[in-house]
Design a protein around this ligand. Structure first.
Ligand SMILES: [Zn+2]
Ligand SMILES: [Zn+2]
Length: 258
């Protein structure tokens, strides 16, 4: 039923991890994370917009969802993008470290999925641009989505979407340019027909403005998906009180500084 747990339990039995994967410390390490780092995984701030999950100051829809409803039914994240959660996601994204990060985040995302009670038929992931795939050799969002699908007992549908190129920044674009930019960023993949009539769970690692998941959801709905729900491992909440000094998003940095 849950092959990953058995596999992980066996690995831990024979090769116990003595150091924390996030900080390298050796104090109170359980399941690859020390107690201090584990305590840095914080849930999203409340109240949040019932559609996109962005923090709001009064209960109800956020400004953006009031103006235009997204293509997805709802989006939620497991934790805030900061502290040890950020370290784990960066280890996954830039260093190809998957075992522990996907295990930790898949468990948290499964808990969110169960709490929300979304009845989904299948799991898909946000695609990586071809040049990124060539450079890194993996798509961390897909690794996370596959693991979550395995633990949720849901099918994972590969190659449903593809990313044309690095999306232009939305900053400074007018409404028409914005929507053209979004539509150009993600296109149907070779197996898009698999989503027809299905309620799909779209998975990504880090949610920033929400424009990537919106363009994916738009492509899925346009291809005939009945509904799209979104789960992301972490999100940066710009107005939430930061626990630490703000650090720039790695996607906004030139390659050399990552
Ligand atoms: Zn630690
Ligand atoms: Zn919203």
């Amino acid at each position: 039923m849950r092959p990953f747990f058995l596999h992980d339990a066996l690995l831990d039995l024979f090769f116990p991890r003595r150091r924390c994967i996030a900080c390298g410390g050796a104090k109170d390490v359980r399941d690859g994370l020390c107690a201090a780092c584990e305590s840095q995984f914080l849930p999203p701030p409340e109240p949040f917009c019932p559609i996109c999950g962005e923090m709001v100051f009064e209960p109800g829809l956020c400004k953006r969802c009031k103006l235009a409803q997204p293509s997805y039914a709802a989006a939620r994240v497991a934790v805030r993008y900061q502290g040890a959660a950020r370290s784990l996601l960066l280890a996954m994204k830039f260093h190809g470290e998957f075992d522990l990060p996907t295990r930790h985040f898949a468990r948290r995302l499964l808990a969110v999925l169960q709490r929300e009670g979304w009845a989904v038929d299948a799991v898909v992931s946000v695609p990586a641009a071809r040049h990124t795939l060539r450079r890194r050799g993996y798509n961390q969002a897909e690794r996370l989505a596959r693991r979550l699908a395995g633990e949720a007992g849901l099918p994972f549908l590969p190659s449903v979407l593809s990313k044309r190129r690095g999306m232009r920044s939305q900053v400074g674009l007018g409404a028409a340019q914005r929507s053209a930019n979004l539509k150009n960023a993600v296109s149907p993949g070779p197996r898009i027909r698999q989503v027809v009539g299905k309620t799909v769970l779209l998975v990504d690692d880090i949610m920033t403005t929400g424009s990537t998941v919106e363009s994916c959801a738009h492509a899925l709905r346009a291809a005939g998906a009945r509904a799209v729900y979104v789960l992301c491992a972490a999100r940066r909440f710009r107005h939430a009180r930061p626990q630490k000094a703000e650090t720039p998003d790695p996607d906004d940095l030139p390659e050399a500084q990552k």
